[in-house]
Design a protein around this ligand. Sequence first.
Ligand SMILES: [Zn+2]
Length: 65
Amino acid sequence: MTKEFGLNDIVEMKKSHPCGTNSWKIIRMGADIRIKCEGCAHSVMLPRNEFAKKMKKVIVEADTE
Ligand SMILES: [Zn+2]
């Protein structure tokens, strides 16, 4: 089963951020995915396949109809 994720979703990663928060918002989708830490607003860019590997689950799915 493939993990589904989309723009503005809040996701949990396998490893939490050093600030202690493990809640990230997807702020950019493309070949690279940019996520922003909900705790300290630090943002990280990852290649899509690497992101998919490091993501644990989607916590909140954004409304994107
Ligand atoms: Zn953080």
